[in-house]
Design a protein around this ligand. Structure first.
Ligand code: FAD
Length: 314
């Protein structure tokens, strides 16, 4: 439909270097960025985490940047996570997982030709060690479908030493209901989201309604299981279904959580937290905000206006 076309066009347009340069330096970008991204520095991430704490919201913090192809850059990302975890500890925000971190394997080396998987695993392991020291956890974000198996393999390897490492599953993939069954065991932390990448029909549902139905099937498996489901969606119907399934299975409020992105439906985030549910906000920070921002804008046709305006004003 029209919104799919718009979304496709925006994602395509955003790939151009000229468009990227124009958007990054456009003044209107600042306010749009400020809504969805905590800032560029570790201190910004810590400050916004503290602000969210005051309204009972937890965080999972993501250092922006993906598709790193050089080892030094991957290590820089790792070191930024280590600095972040240290700063959270100092601000007394990390204990009991109040603020955890989300890591993209492609940001810590997965895409480096040759031994990328090993490099990414080693860097992720260092981040897990630091997280454990300050009393919190790590979730490995899920990227496009060509990386799903390798990312789940990394989760499995890390869980041998750090059983609390979280996985992300994307309801738009045909395979995901089976992955939910595999990962619904005791101690397993699984974030369920719809999925944010453009995927082919051979692997993913293309119709929004089919994605929603898959999300509900997956949620049923996770809520019936013995793990810790993390219900990541802004879709009001799915949030409601998540609440109903949790109570149907007699789950206590500390045995699952809801998750939303920074800047998306903030009032609903507060309402859910006020009702006694755990609500965790995915909080991105860092200089490399462009790709993340474009995916968020593409999710909502009304947002495309901002994007086009930022081009026109540059
Ligand atoms: P949608 O059907 O897209 O949205 C439902 C409603 O929410 C919309 O009608 C609108 O009112 C509101 N809404 C949604 N998005 C926006 C927006 N950007 N701005 C304003 N309103 C909006 N994807 C991955 O592929 N891998 C991951 O690791 C991953 N981690 C995530 C972690 C968290 C905590 C969350 C919340 C999402 C994550 N995602 C991830 C993104 C996810 O896959 C979806 O792309 C995104 O959440 C939009 O889907 P939705 O469930 O909110 O439903």
């Amino acid at each position: 439909d029209a919104s799919d076309l718009l979304r496709g066009a925006l994602l395509q347009l955003s790939g151009s270097d000229a468009v990227r340069a124009a958007v990054v330096k456009a003044p209107v970008s600042r306010s749009v960025v400020a809504r969805y991204v905590a800032g560029e520095e570790v201190a910004d991430a810590v400050r916004v985490t503290g602000e969210l704490r005051s309204t009972n919201r937890l965080t999972t913090i993501d250092h922006l940047g993906e598709d790193v192809t050089e080892r030094a850059q991957a290590e820089h990302t790792r070191d930024t996570y280590l600095a972040l975890l240290g700063a959270l500890d100092e601000a007394d925000l990390s204990r009991f997982g109040a603020a955890e971190v989300s890591v993209k394997l492609s940001a810590v080396g997965q895409a480096i030709p040759g031994d990328g998987d090993a490099i990414a695993l080693e860097n992720a392991r260092a981040i897990c060690e630091a997280a454990e020291r300050v009393g919190t956890t790590v979730t490995l974000d899920m990227e496009d479908h060509t990386t799903t198996d390798r990312t789940l393999e990394a989760v499995r390897a890390l869980r041998e030493d750090f059983p609390w490492v979280g996985a992300v599953l994307q309801a738009y993939l045909h395979r995901t209901e089976a992955d939910c069954r595999d990962l619904a065991g005791p101690g397993s932390r699984v974030r369920l989201c719809k999925g944010a990448y453009k995927e082919p029909a051979s692997v993913a549902y293309q119709d929004g309604g089919d994605v929603d139905l898959s999300y509900v099937r997956c949620l049923k498996v996770l809520m019936a299981g013995e793990g810790y489901p993390m219900v990541a969606t802004h879709d009001p119907r799915l949030v409601e279904i998540g609440q109903a399934l949790a109570s149907h299975h007699g789950r206590s409020p500390d045995s699952y959580e809801f998750q939303m992105l920074l800047g998306v439906r903030p009032l609903e985030q507060k309402r859910i937290a006020d009702r006694g549910h755990q609500m965790r906000v995915y909080l991105p920070f860092g200089e490399d905000w462009y790709g993340y921002l474009v995916r968020r804008l593409a999710e909502r046709p009304a947002n495309v206006r901002f994007f086009l305006r930022s081009l026109a004003s540059s």
